[in-house]
Design a protein around this ligand. Structure first.
Ligand SMILES: NC(=O)C1=CN([C@@H]2O[C@H](COP(=O)(O)OP(=O)(O)OC[C@H]3O[C@@H](n4cnc5c(N)ncnc54)[C@H](O)[C@@H]3O)[C@@H](O)[C@H]2O)C=CC1
Ligand SMILES: CC(C)CC(=O)C(=O)O
Ligand SMILES: [Mg+2]
Length: 365
């Protein structure tokens, strides 16, 4: 198949991990006879430096015309002055809004080979398989902001329609999994959470085969650590989802491991690792590209409908997590490009094995 993929490497480790994900997609294209056309554009701090805008028109237009967008990360100390008139993160928020990608899927799985790296005891890590569905285009990140010398406000607003669509997405996804949705809110205090809870409750009636539970976000932060294996699909608003998924990444062993897919109504999606620009390790060639590579696998699955190819990439990543090499964040000494080469070698092996299997089954030459 032919696909047009826009890459937005961004800042810090963004370009390093995106290069690894692109190399894996190129290897997939070569193996399966696909034509992926990559087009790189600016976003974030580097875009501010080059154009004055964190999301230049050319970048947005290219994303709107693409089949999928692969993003690295934005931000860094250079652009973090609280007085700065414009910030890299505004570019990412504007892109998410413009693409209408309201459902941010962030899967958490714990690879057994990394269990010792988790801050949790091994018995807590069995059967951990959680899919966070984070609302991505509403809430406090998008509300009106005010500022005087001694007061600041960030409006947190949700409409019923915004909650309905992400809730339906979560329930549909739960039907492909273990049919258990946990909705996380702060309904004991926040009006937006009360609207959230009553809307989720009403939509849940359309899915009588899926179990729904509500959990307040503060206790959820605790329960995620004490019983992570209990959860299936967790649906929550933008800010809570942002925070809980960094916690989830720690359970898996590193923030560098978790991928994400941001989806709207069509097949076009925005794919990015959940971590930020990691300024403390940027430019050293040591960033873990696993979250970015697994985001590329999600891109193959959700935007291009290439399930087999996605599964091959995930199997290759699992093999590298099991046998190494490993980057520093997960106890190894390898660099970003070592992981990229190892994943591509594992991919080559998996594809060759699959071909041998099918050939054997068909008794072809
Ligand atoms: N989607 C995005 O573009 C995001 C951007 N940011 C931005 O990133 C900048 C730094 O934010 P932080 O709070 O430090 O979060 P961060 O996610 O960049 O880093 C937190 C810690 O995790 C480590 N880490 C992150 N990714 C890693 C990887 N792939 N491999 C190995 N270690 C990794 C970092 O070295 C650091 O110690 C800020 O400007 C922030 O706004 C933060 C989160 C998301
Ligand atoms: C706008 C981003 C910097 C928010 C974030 O941390 C994330 O989406 O994970
Ligand atoms: Mg975050």
């Amino acid at each position: 198949m032919k696909a047009r993929i826009v890459t937005l490497p961004g800042d810090g480790v963004g370009p390093e991990v995106t290069a690894a994900a692109v190399a894996v997609l190129q290897a997939v294209a070569a193996h399966f006879d696909h034509e992926f056309a990559f087009e790189e554009h600016l976003i974030g701090g580097c875009a501010i430096d080059a154009t004055g805008s964190p999301l230049p028109d050319a970048s947005l237009k290219a994303c709107q015309q693409a089949d999928a967008v692969l993003l690295g990360a934005v931000g860094g100390p250079k652009w973090s002055d609280p007085q700065a008139p414009v910030r890299p993160e505004q570019g990412l928020l504007a892109l998410r809004a413009a693409l209408g990608v309201y459902a941010n899927l962030r899967p958490l799985n714990v690879h057994p080979a990394l269990a010792a790296l988790s801050p949790l005891k091994e018995d807590k890590l069995r059967h951990v398989d959680v899919l966070f569905v984070r609302e991505l285009t509403g809430g406090a990140y998008f509300g009106a902001k005010t500022r005087t010398p001694d007061t600041a406000t960030d409006e947190c607003k949700y409409t019923v329609a915004e909650v309905e669509r992400v809730t339906r997405r979560a329930f549909e996804l739960a039907r492909e999994r273990r049919r258990h949705v946990t909705s996380v809110d702060k309904a004991n205090v926040l009006e937006t959470s009360r609207l959230w809870r009553s809307t989720v409750q009403r939509i849940a009636a359309e899915y009588p085969d899926v179990k729904l539970e509500h959990q307040l976000v503060d206790s959820m932060a605790m329960l995620l650590l004490t019983q992570p294996g209990y959860y299936d699909v967790v649906v929550t608003e933008n800010l809570f989802g942002d925070i809980l998924t960094d916690e989830a990444a720690a359970i898996a062993g590193s923030l560098g491991l978790l991928p994400s897919a941001s989806l709207g109504e069509g097949s076009r999606g925005l794919y990015e690792p959940i971590h930020g620009s990691a300024p403390d390790i940027a430019g050293k060639g040591v960033a873990n590209p696993t979250g970015a590579i697994l985001s590329a696998a999600m891109l193959l699955r959700h935007s291009l409908g290439l399930e087999d190819e996605a599964a091959h990439v995930e199997a290759a990543v699992a093999q590298v997590l099991e046998h190494g090499p490993h980057t520093r964040d997960i106890g190894g000494h390898a660099g970003t490009t070592d992981i990229r080469h190892a994943v591509i070698a594992a991919l080559d092996e998996h594809v060759a094995n699959a071909e041998a299997f099918f050939c054997g089954a068909r008794a072809c030459g």
